[in-house]
Write a protein that binds this ligand. Structure first.
Ligand code: 2P0
Length: 330
């Protein structure tokens, strides 16, 4: 079996250590229009299906890395020291341990999130992408985006997509070693596209995505139909992006998200990330759409709703959904 360490060895085989005083990077968060849901390899985070996302511009994670003045690793999140006992610290340092060339290099890692942590807005995606890019910068490895995408993927699957801005496709790959499972940029610019985030709650969810997707794959009979649906949706979304066909993009993304949630509902115990306000927001979107407003939604493994629309209806959307945060991805 191929391990994470084997992957790092393969990626770094031609890289030389060229330590800088400080490494830094910013990575955007991303929202999938065709979702990643289910792993074929849990050690390497290899997905069952390919996925496609759009990055969220300046909403994401900035990371700075330097040598620690102490004989231990230090992690800060939004200027506050993170306890070495916490899950956050462990996940960061386990990842750093994979990549750092020597255990003598104790690091000080400063992480700044411009999104609420664990509010269904994929902070692990931007977090591991920024950490990967900042480590690459600090150690002077000069890795390609594809190589960094492979590394980030091992921290969190969706992080493979947060290496880039804009539309991003994560090819599932077929190789057991996962070296062909990385994300690539789709170089289409869609200036008019907007994403509105309706934050139903900023509370941490009870079942994280990782456990949610594993539980679904193990127990949902509907999951069988998911890989084919995801592949078909991906084709449609790529076509919609190429043709700038907003209706096709919106309705495919909405159906893809609802199908993913259907697989969660049909597992056991049923996994229901939606709250009453989530459902109310969905009904409101459908009502407005039936009145002629071209808006669609997508929802990740959480209760928050992301509304997809174009610039021409921005004012109407703002007035209809109070407190909505509107993002211009391009
Ligand atoms: C996505 N999600 O494509 C899907 C849709 C959530 C729902 O990727 O176990 O945190 O770290 O690989 O990346 C969230 O899953 O899971 C996710 P791991 P991750 O955005």
């Amino acid at each position: 079996m191929f391990t994470k360490k084997d992957t790092v060895k393969a990626i770094l085989r031609n890289s030389e250590l060229n330590l800088k005083e400080m490494g830094s990077a910013f990575a955007p968060s991303n929202i999938a229009l065709c979702k990643y849901w289910g792993k074929r390899d849990r050690e390497l985070n290899l997905p069952i299906n390919s996925s496609l996302s759009v990055s969220l511009a300046d909403l994401g994670t900035a990371t700075e890395i330097k040598l620690s003045d102490n004989h231990f690793d230090e992690v800060f999140l939004n200027n506050e020291r993170v306890s070495p006992e916490s899950r956050f610290y462990r996940r960061v340092i386990d990842f750093v341990d994979l990549i750092r060339p020597s255990n003598d290099l104790n690091l000080k890692i400063l992480t700044f999130n411009s999104i609420p942590t664990a509010a269904g807005l994929a902070s692990s995606a931007s977090g591991f992408a920024a950490l990967t890019m900042a480590l690459n910068d600090f150690f002077g490895f000069k890795l390609s985006n594809e190589d960094m995408s492979v590394l980030a993927r091992m921290g969190s699957g969706s992080a493979s997509r947060s290496i880039y801005n804009g539309f991003v496709k994560w090819n599932k790959g077929s190789n057991e070693n996962g070296l062909d499972s990385y994300a690539e940029l789709i170089p289409t610019v869609w200036d008019e596209l907007r994403i509105g985030i309706v934050e139903v709650t900023a509370e941490e969810k009870k079942v994280d995505s990782r456990n949610g997707m594993n539980q679904t794959v193990e127990t949902s009979h509907l999951y069988e139909s998911w890989p084919k649906q995801a592949a078909d949706d991906l084709d449609k979304i790529e076509y919609a992006i190429r043709e700038k066909d907003f209706e096709l993009l919106g309705k495919t993304a909405e159906q893809n998200a609802c199908s993913m949630h259907a697989t969660m509902l049909s597992g056991f115990p049923p996994l229901i990330y939606w709250l009453p306000e989530t459902v109310a927001t969905i009904h409101k979107i459908h009502q407005l759409r039936s009145e002629g407003l071209p808006i669609y939604f997508t929802i990740d493994a959480g209760p928050n709703v992301k509304i997809l629309f174009e610039e021409s209806v921005e004012e109407v959307v703002k007035n209809q959904f109070s407190g909505i945060k509107i993002i211009k991805p391009f």
